[in-house]
Each structure stands twice: as structure tokens, then as C-alpha cells.
Design a protein around this ligand. Sequence first.
Ligand SMILES: *Cc1c(COP(=O)(O)O)cnc(C)c1O
Ligand code: SF4
Length: 352
Amino acid sequence: MKAFEAFVRQWNLTPDDVFPVVDRFPFRISEHFAGLIQFPGDAIWKQVVPDERELLDAGGWEDPLAEEGLSPVPNLVHRYPNRVLWLVSHECPVHCRFCTRKRRWSDPIPLTEELFQAGLQYIESRSHIKDVLLSGGDPLFLPLSRLDAILSALRAIPHVEIIRIGTRIPCTLPRLVTHRLAKTLARHHPLYVNVHFNHPRELTKEAREACRRLASAGIPLGSQTVLLRGVNDELETVKELLEGLLTLRVRPYYLMQMDLTKGTGHFRTPIATGLKLLAGLRNRISGLAIPHFVIDLPGGHGKVPLIPQQVEGIEGEQLILKSYRGQRVAYPLLEGESGELAGMLKAVQRSP
Ligand SMILES: *Cc1c(COP(=O)(O)O)cnc(C)c1O
Ligand code: SF4
């Protein structure tokens, strides 16, 4: 609360507006991230400063992805057959107001030794689990020795092929990404790190250095960006962010539609916004910089990628496609191909 009081004073906030919000959804910010704010209401501010709309949100669910129900062991979400999401950390240096797991901020479930062993045991006894995704909270916010112990325990399980870490530390507290951290992670290859950046202003000198350290340790980097109203829902902003990430050797992976989390409704953009952004990026920036635009389905049914419609239809033995400039271009089909394809396209286009 002290940090918040200092923040309130610094920015002349009206405490009555924000204190009730902070009671329910605590405030937290790192000095680094606070330093990126240029003026109240800017793209950084909106991501971290409590807003009364968080309490007024009539829609949404506490746990829209049904993670608690899909956890055979607390903190271990098993939604897809061959991979699990393990919430190994319950803290982050910054509380992003749009966070899907904000339900846990005031009621965290720390990974006790008992839960750690239970989670390990669950993974160990299921040889079809090949991919373990560590998240939280922020796994890179754990003490390094603790993180190393978790990674070593996972690496001791022969059927765990891939380890992934989802983190916002390179963006929110980049100085934690030391050579030592990078070297420690690199001892557990194949290990992928997925960083979370939402705005080009987050690509600071320090963030660049953090990504450079990880990439130089041979860690493949991907990114996820949450599409946020008033923060990054314009083409120029997303373009600059994605191109910037690519120069940091980060391959953009997911652009995520807002989850239906209670207290985050004011961040939500129309689906058409994401589709228009993708259409605006396609063929205009490097294909390497273009992420999948996904909706994580409510109820825990998994992620679904959406792509802007570029198929116009079938005419005779030709597929009619729309180019990125809007021209109609015919692509000749193989003999006898059109029947099956028409059926598939009808399934896609059966909207009205
Ligand atoms: C997103 C997610 C994964 C990983 O999905 P990919 O599409 O393979 O990146 C795994 N488990 C859960 C519960 C997830 O939410
Ligand atoms: S860093 Fe991730 S887990 Fe932590 S508050 Fe932000 S969105 Fe939530």
C-alpha cells in the first residue's frame, strides 16, 4: 500500500476513486515500469493504474478459462492432452489490470513443497505429457535457486521434451534478467521463453538488453501481446511493437483477444479490431513478425486462432482469393477438387 500511496501523491490521484478498487484488486508496480508513464491515461498508465470500472464490470467470470476446474492438482492446469500449464509462481512485479488471474492477487495459492511434489508426481506418472509451460505469477520472479530446482526436477522426467516459460519480467523488471539467469535457463534446453509486451514504448534499452541476454544463451524467444482497448488497438502501434520485437530476436507468437475476466471488461475490443489489425499487417510487414490472433475460449475449451477472410469463393474450377491489396485473384484447382473444398468453405462461411 505504501508504494501505492507514493504513486497517488506523485500523480495527484483522487484516492477515493481508486482505493476501493485496490482493496479488491491490489496495486503493484515496479520502478522501471512506472518510469515508462509519460502522462496520466497513456498506454502504460492504463495497463497498471486501478480504474473504478474494475468494480463496475457486470459481465465476465472470476475464472473465465475454468482453470481451477481443470487443475487435477492446485496450480497445475491440464487442458490439452500432451501439455500442462503449471503456475509455479504467485507473484509478479507489476499487477496488470487486465490480468486473467487477477482473482488470485488477494488470495494467492503459493506453490508449497507439497503442491510442488504433487504436481511433479502428476507429470511424472503421465508419459503423454511432453510439454510443460511454466507461468504464474511470473516464474522469473522466483529466486533463481528455486526456479533452477523446478527446472531440474522437470528435466529429470524423461518424457518431458519441451519446457516453456511465460514471463513479463523482461518488460516489467528487466534487470532481473542477468547473465546468470540466462545461463541457468540454458542448462535446461530445449527451453523456450515467451515474453509479454503490449506496447512499443515497453521496448526500452533495458528490455532489449534482457531479450538479448536470453537469445544469446540460445533460448528461442516468442511473445504474447494482449489486445487492449486504448492501449494497442491501432495498426501503427501494433506494427511498431511487432517489428520491434522481431529485431530483439523475439518471434511474435500470440496476439490475444481479451479473456472474459471479471473486472477487465473496459479493456475489451471488438473481434473485428483484431481481424482488421491482422489484415493490415499481412504482407505489409515481415511474415515472421505476425502472430496468431487467438481467442482463449470461455470455459477452458482452448485457444482458437482467427484469420481475416481472404477466400471469396469457388467459380468453376477456380478458387477466388482476395489479395492483401484487395484484388480478386483466381487460383486454378485440380480436377475434381472443387467439391470437397466447396464443402469445407461452406462450413466456414455458414454465418448468416
Ligand atoms: C495456452 C495454454 C497452453 C499452451 O498452448 P499452445 O497453443 O501450445 O501454446 C497449454 N495449456 C493451457 C492451459 C493453456 O492455457
Ligand atoms: S505479468 Fe502476467 S500474470 Fe502478472 S499481473 Fe501481468 S498479466 Fe498477470
